[in-house]
Design a protein around this ligand. Sequence first.
Ligand code: 2PG
Ligand code: MG
Length: 428
Amino acid sequence: MKTAISKITSRRIWDSRGRPTVEVDVELANGIGGRGIAPAGASRGSNEAIDLRDGGSLLAGFGVQRALSNVDEIIAPALLGMDAMDQAAVDAILIALDGTPNKARLGGNATIATSMAVLNAAAAAAGMPLWRYLAGNQAVRLPLPEIQIFGGGAHAGRRTDIQDFLVMPLGAQSFDEALFMVAEVYRAAGDLMASLGRRAGVADEGGWWPDFTSNEEALEMLTRSIERAGYRHDQVAISLDIAASEFGRNGRYKPALESREFDTSEWLELMFGWLKRYPIVSVEDPVAEDDPEGMRAFTEAVGDSVQVIGDDFLVTSADRVNAAAARGQCNAVLLKPNQAGTITETYRTMEAAKKLGWGMIVSARSGESEDTTIVHLATGWNTGQLKVGSFSRSERMAKWNEGLRIEEQIGRSARFAGWSALPARSLA
Ligand code: 2PG
Ligand code: MG
């Protein structure tokens, strides 16, 4: 069999934060190969796949030697000879070898790098770009990008409580135009901060460092940046990742910049005020992962006008998506392949969300690399949305630029998701 896996190699490489991470190369009998690189989160959901690290004092405990050994000694021998074109069978072996609910034995970093490497090898063997291999005969759209302008929270020393201040170029007609619009907003935001003497470099995902005195000031500055770039709010709108698990627990919210504590309903009221005053069309993790009633209340209150994304709350789990839908929590899911640990589990989560008519946002992590697989997943699976961090630093730009190449490959029949990517309810 030409597409049998004949060799699997792992190595330690370095991510965008200068931390070690897992890279896996898969080679097939026909000599064709594929690669996968594990990303890493900083604000992680407690139920996501375990990012296996060595601990100890070297590299602040971030070493990946155990994960690499798991690839070489446990995963590779089990996958040799398997057909790379059968992703579900390969991933089923990874899941069975691990045997835990959260990849605690092998490490989600070991399994996702392997799973992505196999997928990339299969597409290469089929002689197709990955997005086309994934799409088969299904129609595809270039995803609506969700791009960070200011980075806060765990990615900026908790300088602001809100983690990601992002924009969505809803008025663009193409992916190319979408990036053009965001480039103008990103630059306008940098100029605005410079003119106020508040420009202080960038945060982990390349967004401007949030030198603000309140969360609301950041929202004000973002709104002004959109206007300064010459766009109306129906052309470029705001999306927030509150990442509330970072400062909320047991129904108590302690945002550092708000000078007091909140219970869930007070916290929701504060956010409802933001939704009234600023052009916000999407909110991720508005409440902590341990606050399902807060998530239900938020979704019920805003659900027909705002996309409500579960990240830490859903951890790319099909079961959690279905359970949340039954309880009226969220109307969109963030799809992070390394939260699930394999491509197949990520795919199943996407399918569950698609059946529900939910928004689907394929997402990078705050620790990234030159790997562009997720851009192909967003396009080939036709998820409609893609979140990669900001509009600077090459681990981010590698992905946005890959989207441009895909748009060119599709040519004149290329479609851009735009508004249509938001869940049906938020179009009302
Ligand atoms: C998130 C991501 C990306 P991290 O919370 O959505 O912004 O952050 O990878 O640190 O979890
Ligand atoms: Mg998030």
